[in-house]
Design a protein around this ligand. Sequence first.
Ligand code: SAH
Length: 345
Amino acid sequence: MKDIRSCNAEEMKQIVLSYGEKPFRGKQLMEWVHGKQAETFDEMSNLSEKLREKLKEDYIISGMKIIEKQISKKKDTAKYLFSLSDGNVIESVWMKYRHGNSVCISSQAGCRMGCTFCASTLTGLTRNLTAGEMLSQIYEIQRETGERVSNIIVMGMGEPLDNYDNLVKFVRLVSEENGLHISQRSITVSTCGLVDKIRDLMEEQLQITLAISLHAPNDDIRRQTMPVANTYSMDDIFKVCREYFAKTGRRITFEYSMIRGVNDKKEHALELAKRCRGLNCHINLIPLNEVKERDCLRSTAEDIDRFKIILENNRINVTIRREMGSDIDAACGQLRKKYIERTDN
Ligand code: SAH
């Protein structure tokens, strides 16, 4: 059974045509699925019963259920654990800012990239999410909070570019006029640096912000924590970043999680600054969220500040990520991991 929430306007038109219906029924279907975010075919009252029955035979609506919700003490962050239609669980995070609400969504159940500090990858990759399942995380959170989402970050569980086609489809669907109509400029996609896929993404003419998880100033250190560094070198990454900027005009963000004694020394900051020279980029320093199964520790606040100052002195744009929700298992995959452990026992 295919997921109707993964279909766009053109596909819906083709679906109704294949059932012998008029093209405008496709528009009505689109309005139900992505406009009103219908959860059943039965509520699509202006479609004939015959058409609804046909749809039911061939399609599902990829809804998901909230099985757990944690709210931070300051009430500005909520973490959701969702159960998918096949019983898999994923997590998403809602963050309230003065300028609007952001949702951080998952792109896969699990992950196969194997970064040594990350909880998402502990149980490997279970499966890719469909475009509809990426959308459903936002639909459900909007419904539950009663508030509109204005920014999306694809930085939850999973490697979005390892689920490339569904990711691109999701970006187009969520920014469609008939859907949530969220500007692509308000969407950030974070990747561990799958260089070939970044090159493909460049050709899609999307307006999204690309964030690359760098977490190291050189290949030796990067290979200690990120297996993907054995496939793509820092030179490969910086080369593709320059191409990406030349092609799209979009500034790249680098994420740099600060791990004590591993990547947080003065010489690392200088080496990173040298690498970034001349590239229009922004570095986001992330105080590591310590994960119990991983032995990586968070850099001290002093070391993080020193690192930032060295970058600034070298005229690199840099910010330290504001910590939200550290009291609610905010690091990728932590909540899901706990849930799986509980249900396994
Ligand atoms: N696979 C994508 C997106 C997933 S995670 C990627 O690698 O970019 C989003 C960001 O959080 C990544 O930069 C990731 O490396 C980082 N991250 C994962 N676990 C973390 C932890 N425990 N503490 C701090 N950052 C973490």
